[in-house]
Ligand binder design. Structure first.
Ligand SMILES: Nc1ncnc2c1ncn2[C@@H]1O[C@H](COP(=O)(O)OP(=O)(O)OP(=O)(O)O)[C@@H](O)[C@H]1O
Length: 234
């Protein structure tokens, strides 16, 4: 966290049910040298169990929004505003799953190191993402396919127990059937205590997961009605 840039940052314990896991108020990321504003967020509050999907054109500010949530951004940028994070840890699922994994450790060893979850839960998650084959667990990340790496990154983020999980275009490198399988696995292994924020360009991925959709356009956030909300009000 670039503390020197933040007007106010607070980090507290685990979120309690019904209370926000994360909040931004009057937040802005600007280029330090020129004060050019790149992303301005009047208010963003994330609650446990939400599946928030962020869409928007290239260069709109989606990755910067994830940076605001993690509290990490390039040194050339300056944050001002209020960022309140109640999550003790933030999990991350990158575009390429292998990037979330230690390159030298066999998959099973690094999953075991990353989680304090009971062996039964570890087994359940590995089975749900289709990685319970001992031969796969003995492989290093470079020996996994793209889809297997992505499912490993999902298992790692979920088993880390992080209350808040960010996913940056997690299915963009997958073909349609792998994407659909990966999304339904992600949905099935997340717990009600975990909040997911996912950036995607894929409307199918957005519709499949979102309980709330936000668009980022020209450095601003615009709320969109999610498919789930549309169904509820129909
Ligand atoms: N360190 C930086 N210094 C200056 N400008 C930056 C910096 N990081 C991002 N930007 C600018 O901020 C804007 C938003 O960038 P961001 O990476 O958030 O876009 P995005 O919506 O994630 O795009 P994409 O979908 O292409 O990944 C862009 O115009 C980008 O050039």
């Amino acid at each position: 966290m670039n503390n020197e840039n933040a007007v106010q940052v607070s980090l507290r314990g685990e979120p309690s049910p019904g209370h926000p896991v994360f909040q931004l108020r009057n937040a802005r990321l600007s280029v330090r040298a020129s004060a050019q504003s790149l992303l301005a967020v009047d208010e963003l509050t994330l609650y446990p169990a939400e599946r928030v999907v962020i869409t928007g054109p290239s260069g709109a500010g989606k990755s910067l929004l994830l940076s605001m949530i993690t509290g990490r951004w390039a040194p050339a940028l300056e944050f001002c505003g209020t960022r309140t994070c109640h999550a003790s840890r933030i999990g991350y699922i990158p575009q390429r799953g292998q990037d979330a994994l230690h390159p030298l450790l066999p998959l099973g060893r690094q999953l075991a190191k990353a989680t304090a979850a009971a062996a039964q839960r570890v087994g359940e998650v590995l089975a749900a993402v289709g990685l319970d084959d001992p031969r796969l667990l003995g492989r290093r990340p470079a020996e996994l396919s793209g889809g297997q790496g992505q499912r490993a990154a999902i298992a790692l983020a979920v088993l880390s127990g992080a209350p808040l999980i960010l996913a940056d275009e997690p299915t963009s490198a997958l073909d349609h059937s792998s994407r659909d399988r990966t999304l339904s696995m992600l949905q099935s292994v997340l717990t009600e205590k975990q909040t997911l924020v996912m950036v995607t360009h894929d409307p199918v991925a957005a519709q499949a997961l979102a309980t709330r959709q936000l668009a980022v356009d020209s450095g601003r956030i615009i709320p969109l009605q999610s498919a789930a909300a549309q169904r509820a009000t129909a």
